[in-house]
Design a protein around this ligand. Sequence first.
Ligand code: ATP
Ligand code: MG
Length: 420
Amino acid sequence: MSQAQKFETGGDDCVILHYNEIGLKGKNRPFFIKLLARRIEEAVRPLAGIHRVRKLHGRLLLEIPEVCDWSGISEALARVFGLAYFARAKSIPLDLDAATEAALEIIAPLTIASFAVRSRKEHPGLPLSSREWERAVGARVQARRHLPVDLSHPGTTIYIEALKDRAILYAEKIPGPGGLPVGSSGKVAVMLSGGIDSPVAAHRMMKRGCQAVFVHFHGAPYLSRASAEKAGDLAEILGGYQPGSRLYLIPFGALQKDIVLSAPAADRVVLYRRFMIRITERIARLEGALALVTGESLAQVASQTLSNMAAIEEIANLPILRPLVGMDKEEIIAEARALGSFEISIEPDQDCCSLFTPKHPATKSKAHLLRRLEAAMPADQMIDRALAEAEVLEIRGGARPTVRPFPEVHPFPAKDVAEP
Ligand code: ATP
Ligand code: MG
């Protein structure tokens, strides 16, 4: 089909992609837009026949073949942080006839109770005003399809964005996930349990532009690896929001046993957490992550009182981000359902924190007492041993995850690696 014929039948197929927060970014805007374009390309690349994303005035354009897996493409785009909304569209010459044909083609599959045309002119030099576009295209569509016009509450809106050398026309806006493109805020190490909260915490930080690397502690050899399987499934869901994901699986049972041998039962959970933080920090430094993320919510359980958070945090050198700290469980569950992680999180497993813990753990831990307890343990050795036995799962969009032993992924010991 020649270019001229294509325009006669309604223009080139494309997706128009809008961002909002990025638009406010002043001097850094090109950096954010470039990254967003890359994330879009990575998200749709596995779907055949997709070309490059083009940067237009205040929006992005992705050319797609006329015949394509649109539901696959729109599902992938709905997971690209930074997008406010997007729409399957026609790119046409700045011409009323072409706009009318494209409008008719776009609304052909839709059931329409009433319609309106809304136009935005993005270039001052264009001959027709937005109102003139709206009236002319509206009148022609009405004449051809005999549909009622409703300017105040239209059932369907036909949008026309008139740019310098083309117009973009669409009718169905699909909401994007908002936020900022993954990677624009740097990397974080997420402590991912098999529970409900931490996947939601990860999702929130990814939405704010963080690339996430995941760290999970399981109770092997004393407990089953069920929690590690769950963490893998959760990391896969979260992996849909970034180009590739890594999950570090840390066997924690032996380290817990060492703690049990030298600490009172009430202090164990907080001590477990302090070691988890130390190990996650080692991984964060190797990965160039600038902060740790947890799913803690204030006072949800004994380990999450202010005193215990302080007692856990005092050994951290990197910031610990707790995006759910002020949320109720019900609010977190609603987000987990929307993310699609809830059903996985509620599957039964054996959480390593339940290993050797008393019914009533301390709620007001004192850091100086914990330090004294740790001084009697071979802390560095305990950490080195856990890392030496760790595995790393590489998760890449749809492909089966590959597993490698941790020391193979990174030169070991980790201490030799430079700070990010
Ligand atoms: P979650 O639902 O995320 O498991 P929770 O309500 O069970 O949270 P805790 O068990 O106190 O709360 O855990 C608090 C946070 O500590 C978790 O959100 C997670 O970030 C981290 N964490 C706890 N257990 C593990 C684990 N086994 N592996 C990795 N991180 C963990
Ligand atoms: Mg938990």
